[in-house]
Design a binder for this molecule. Structure first.
Ligand SMILES: Cc1ncc(C[n+]2csc(CCOP(=O)(O)OP(=O)(O)O)c2C)c(N)n1
Ligand SMILES: [Mg+2]
Length: 273
């Protein structure tokens, strides 16, 4: 189903996702809230403004696919799938508990709506490439979206997939890069620089655009238009802030997998309104 939601409705979903994800991380004392918060506006835009899917039929043949390649940001993915209707909210309360379906990294065997297991960085793009090639060969027009971290792009497997996608003119494939400029402990440009990222993708035969990854209207403008006939895969470089929405978390590498104490949790929920 296509969700013809307004920008405000999507923003409300994203706010709920941030609060709910942070509660999950607080309760479990585990998780990756920095990368959850940089990605949530992107994922909310996809699920509530762009993608065609039916949560009652997770295997629907011509559904649009979303692959969460930065699989550590489960707070963002699990809250989105819940809000999209794939499973009840009580499941979120089990996050990271023994025998939960909501593990530290997403598992398609346990969780409806998860297209492929991720966690080891650099695998989502090659899987998305394969799905998009299969669609091309079989004449399906569904779209395949893949979200990678920017640090994740330091993995060479992404570039092999990017090269093949350009070569095969995979117009139904859209990569979104969560460009928060931080990886696990340091800046991407301090470790293995990525800039100029847009020019690199263009050189590989892609269309590449930059967008504010927290501006839902701008994200809709670049992600919603159909790709059939464009003749090239699309790379959306979404400029984001790691920890977006909570003052003491923003742009702090320590919140990559930092977890809140009671006081930090209270302040964060006060700010996330
Ligand atoms: C192959 C591999 N190496 C290392 C890790 C450990 N790891 C998890 S997240 C992360 C940093 C990822 O940075 P980025 O892709 O920028 O993610 P974000 O900033 O969006 O959280 C690392 C090194 C991993 N999951 N997989
Ligand atoms: Mg990053």
């Amino acid at each position: 189903m296509l969700k013809n939601n307004t920008v405000q409705t999507i923003r409300d979903k994203a706010l709920w996702m941030r609060r709910r994800a942070f509660t999950m991380v607080h309760d479990a004392q585990l998780g990756h809230p920095g990368g959850d918060f940089s990605a949530i506006d992107i994922i909310a835009t996809l699920y509530f403004g762009v993608m065609h899917y039916d949560p009652t039929k997770p295997g629907l043949e011509n559904r649009d696919r979303f692959i969460m390649s930065k699989g550590h940001a489960t707070g963002a993915l699990y809250t989105a799938l819940c809000a999209a209707g794939y499973y009840p909210e009580e499941w979120l309360d089990t996050y990271m508990q023994p025998n939960s379906k909501l593990n530290g990294h997403p598992n398609r065997t346990y969780l409806p709506g998860v297209e492929t297991n991720t966690g080891p960085l650099g695998h989502g793009m090659p899987v998305a490439l394969g799905i998009a090639i299969a669609a091309q060969i079989s004449g399906q027009d569904h779209r395949t979206f893949v979200l990678t971290g920017d640090g994740e792009l330091q993995e060479g497997s992404n570039w092999e997939a990017a090269m093949t996608a350009g070569h095969r003119k995979l117009e139904t494939l859209t990569l979104i890069v969560d460009r928060n400029r931080l990886q696990q402990g340091m800046g991407t440009e301090d470790t293995n620089g990525l800039d100029p990222l847009d020019e690199k993708f263009r050189a590989f035969g892609w269309e590449a655009v930059m967008v504010d990854g927290h501006d839902i209207g701008a994200l809709l403008d670049v992600l919603a238009p159909a790709r059939i006939g464009k003749g090239r895969p699309l790379c959306v470089i979404a400029n984001t802030v790691k920890g977006k929405g909570v003052s003491f978390m923003e742009n702090k590498a320590s919140w990559h997998h930092g977890v809140p104490n009671a006081e930090q949790y209270r302040i964060a929920l006060e700010e996330l309104v």
